[in-house]
Design a protein around this ligand. Structure first.
Ligand SMILES: [Zn+2]
Ligand SMILES: [Zn+2]
Length: 223
């Protein structure tokens, strides 16, 4: 069983308790759309683990409110409400109701809102946000660290290319040549490497960097 299958099974067993009678099939259809999407699966697992209104409910659709540098502000839409979640490769956090907007000022600022008023005006209704596309079909997102086209990868992302040799930065030997050392062991080595890397100019994500097997169709996964 791979990571996705384990995650799917655990969400399905949570859904047995959470989803109201008669809605199971529709709720599972949505799960199926996102079966290869780590970000949406994080959200669904969180929703069904801690039902935000503490009663039976199910997610009808997921909307993308904003996204920046691998962080996604998503809305889980149910029949009665929209619930905001901040999701990234690092985890997931409930952020309140879509109609009210998030409380966290840093979060509002990070996504380009000056305050909750502006959030409510621009994004407070589902019509103001597009449906969230499953990641495996979105070419403009790094499949590993989830930054968008033109943004720098998270340092350590296996998709990032080396600006010296053009190979995979996490595997090539350039770090040792550039630093003049045999092994990279201390925090200082890492900081020094990041400095010379920035001086050289890092290569931001673009869709051509996607490993080609990712786009070969359904059923092919990265692990
Ligand atoms: Zn990346
Ligand atoms: Zn290299």
């Amino acid at each position: 069983m791979n990571e996705y299958e384990r995650r799917l099974n655990s969400i399905k067993s949570l859904m047995d308790y959470a989803v109201p009678e008669g809605r199971q099939a529709e709720a599972e259809d949505l799960l199926d759309i996102y079966r290869h999407d780590r970000i949406a699966l994080e959200l669904l697992q969180e929703f069904y683990s801690f039902l935000p209104d503490a009663r039976s409910d199910w997610v009808r659709e997921i909307r993308l409110v904003r996204r920046r540098q691998g962080m996604f502000l998503l809305a889980a839409m149910t029949e009665v409400s929209g619930y905001l979640y901040l999701v990234s490769g690092e985890g997931v956090e409930f952020q309140g109701m879509l109609a009210e907007g998030p409380w966290d000022r840093d979060l509002l600022e990070f996504f380009g809102y000056s305050d909750r008023e502006q959030f409510r005006a621009e994004s407070g209704s589902p019509e103001g946000c597009q449906v969230y596309e499953p990641m495996d079909s979105d070419q403009d997102i790094c499949p590993s660290c989830h930054v968008a086209t033109g943004e720098l990868h998270e340092l350590g992302c296996p998709v990032e290319l080396c600006p010296w040799c053009g190979g995979q930065l996490v595997y090539c030997g350039c770090r040792y040549d550039r630093l003049g050392i045999e092994v990279l062991e201390s925090e200082e080595d890492l900081i020094r490497f990041e400095e010379i890397l920035n001086e050289q100019g890092r290569i931001p994500y673009s869709p051509e960097q996607r490993p080609s097997f990712l786009d070969d169709g359904p059923g092919v996964l990265i692990d």
